[in-house]
Ligand binder design. Structure first.
Ligand SMILES: O=C(O)C(=O)C[C@H](O)[C@@H](O)CO
Length: 250
């Protein structure tokens, strides 16, 4: 059983967004206490071989990989699933119909439209003869809400069969609400608070990313189910800038 999916909604899982397409950094961060690391292909220069080597780097570490396809697209999804991704974050889901399509990309016919390869990396090159039958139960589908339409349809999206969790993306949401680059704007924060309240009301596990440490601590305390509290770049740029600043002051 996919450990991330098994624990979703049962215990809080802390995560990191990995954006630098670096196997070494993923390996390094896997020892730092995160429960999951997101391998991004939407805004990061990660191609399939990069994704596979980062999945390998996490193998056996106890850290769950989540892969974000560049788009909610049947072919992109098929490729990352065949590569061995077991938890996916689908960007820019705006309606129940789009959420149902996302789920269908992860299911073999007749439930969905995923193409069949019994010899993919996911199926251990054919050695895992139970893969095709077990894949639907194992795969975790997370959908990302990033605009006003997604917020309007939140409960309908959360109710789609096969959607395991709903992630609120603050940067795009801020842009959609007219506050580009300012996810801390009170209107954006109020919309995020409201989204989490509504998701809790319908009992759907919710996810989030913030690189603002004060907000991260608040959202962790609130009990957001799967929460990225940093990105690789936010950790490195802050630590490096603070170091050079201290040296110049000293
Ligand atoms: O809307 C968001 O927030 C996101 O989708 C996260 C971004 O991809 C980015 O900030 C992660 O580095």
């Amino acid at each position: 059983m996919n450990p991330f999916k098994r624990d979703l909604g049962r215990r809080q899982q802390l995560g990191l967004f990995s954006t630098l397409a670096s196997t070494e950094l993923v390996e390094l961060f896997s020892g730092c206490g995160f429960d999951w690391i997101l391998i991004d292909t939407e805004h990061s220069p990660n191609e399939l071989p990069n994704v596979i080597s980062q999945l390998r780097a996490l193998n056996g570490t106890g850290v769950s990989p989540i892969v974000r396809p560049a788009w909610s697209d049947m072919v992109l999804v098929k490729r990352v699933l065949d590569a061995g991704a077991r938890s996916l974050l689908f960007p820019y889901v705006q309606s129940a119909e789009e959420a149902a399509l996302a789920v269908s990309y992860t299911r073999y016919p007749p439930q969905g439209v995923r193409g069949v390869s019994g010899a993919s990396r996911a199926a251990r090159y054919g050695l895992d003869t139970g893969y095709l039958r077990g894949a639907a139960d194992d795969i975790c589908v997370l959908v990302q809400i990033e605009n006003e339409a997604g917020l309007r349809n939140l409960e309908a999206i959360a109710a789609v069969e096969g959607v395991d969790g709903v992630f609120i993306g603050p940067s795009d949401l801020a842009a959609s609400l007219g506050h580009l680059g300012n996810a801390q704007h009170p209107e954006v924060q109020a919309a995020i608070d409201d989204a989490f309240r509504r998701l809790r009301a319908v009992g759907k596990p919710c996810g989030y990313l913030t690189t603002n440490e004060a907000e991260a601590a608040r959202r962790v305390a609130e009990g957001v189910d799967f929460i990225a509290v940093a990105t690789d770049t936010s950790i490195i740029t802050r630590a490096a800038s603070a170091l050079t600043q201290r040296m110049r002051q000293g």
